[in-house]
Design a binder for this molecule. Structure first.
Ligand SMILES: [Ca+2]
Length: 319
């Protein structure tokens, strides 16, 4: 979305004062603009400081959510985490896989919950990692697989073009509420086609942000269907400006977005800024609420959860 920020309290007070001095209206509106700018600046400084504080707190938390063995990687020749799961390895963690088409093995985080077999492609949990990254960084991937990361656009391409994949997006706000969105036929094209995104039918509880059709006139610019990937240093969007630069993350921007899970991390949810640059899923919490956590993960549509033959689970499966 592109539009004005919420009316500021300071502005209203000055405006009220100004109406009593109509003759001085020119200087009043100038003063109002100056104060509004100052207020926005202060809010940004506050948000930056809160984020910095949050990062410092995280650095002092040994182990965090992961156990001591969390950096152990299990080598496999499987094409994705669904095959890893089907082979009997049913604990969440780090695995090396080899998607067909990929020139080399890829280290991934396999999420074996929710039926198992999910290859995680993105995670935001605390703002420890910056997502305002270059084209090359998004191409190759960045971050920590046990914490916050982007798996890499080349890997996304190799994974999603070897079959028919479902993406599941799990979201949480700062009140502990959780929602999800699922899309069939999630596919990312190659770099030559700027990692163009296509996806199929939606199911879920978070709302269909990717198609952007919650308001018909908006779908033209809010839809992510068929959009190319953009970063601050490679503008492939439909906006006269640079969405990735304004919204501070790489994504399949249109003009600009109704979902941007790679935006700025705000530690309190509600935020104000000159553009809607938070971690956004518009149909759920709108443009001016930045979500607490986001996970995006892939699984073949035909994944077998194995729920019918649970008795065959190997007792030696790592836990
Ligand atoms: Ca542009």
């Amino acid at each position: 979305m592109r539009g004005p920020t919420v009316a500021s309290l300071t502005g209203l007070i000055v405006l009220a004062a100004c109406t009593h001095f109509l003759k001085a209206s020119d200087s009043c509106s100038g003063e109002l603009a100056r104060l509004q700018e100052q207020e926005l600046l202060l809010k940004r400084q506050l948000q930056k400081q809160e984020l910095l504080l949050r990062r410092l707190q995280l650095m002092n938390q040994p182990g965090d959510v992961n156990d001591a063995r969390s950096d152990q990687v299990r080598d496999t020749q499987h094409a994705d985490c669904s095959q890893v799961y089907s082979s009997g390895l049913k604990s969440s963690g780090l695995y090396r896989i080899k998607p067909s088409g990929s020139p080399s093995a890829v280290k991934v985080y396999c999420d074996m919950s929710e039926g198992g077999g999910w290859t995680v492609l993105q995670r935001r949990i605390n703002g420890a990692e910056t997502f305002n990254r270059s084209w090359t960084e998004y191409k190759d991937g960045f971050g920590e697989l046990n914490a916050e990361f982007w798996l890499g656009n080349d890997n996304l391409h190799f994974l999603t073009t070897q079959g028919n994949y479902t993406v599941k997006i799990n979201l949480e706000d700062f009140d502990g509420h959780q929602r999800y969105a699922e899309y069939k036929n999630f596919q990312v094209a190659n770099e030559k086609d700027h990692y163009r995104l296509t996806f199929g039918a939606y199911v879920g509880t978070a709302g269909d942000a990717l198609i952007g059709s919650y308001q018909v006139p908006e779908s033209k610019w809010a839809s992510h269907q068929g959009m190319k990937f953009s970063t601050y240093d490679q503008d492939n969007d439909n906006y006269r400006g640079n969405c990735a630069q304004e919204d501070k993350g790489g994504w399949w921007f249109n003009k600009c977005h109704s979902a941007n899970l790679n935006g700025m991390y705000y530690p309190n949810g509600h935020y104000s800024a000159s553009t809607d640059d938070g971690v956004i899923w518009y149909p759920w919490r709108g443009w001016w609420y930045s979500l607490k956590t986001s996970t995006m993960k892939l699984r073949p549509v035909e994944h077998n959860t194995g729920l019918t033959d649970q008795v065959t689970v190997s007792p030696r499966a790592p836990s």
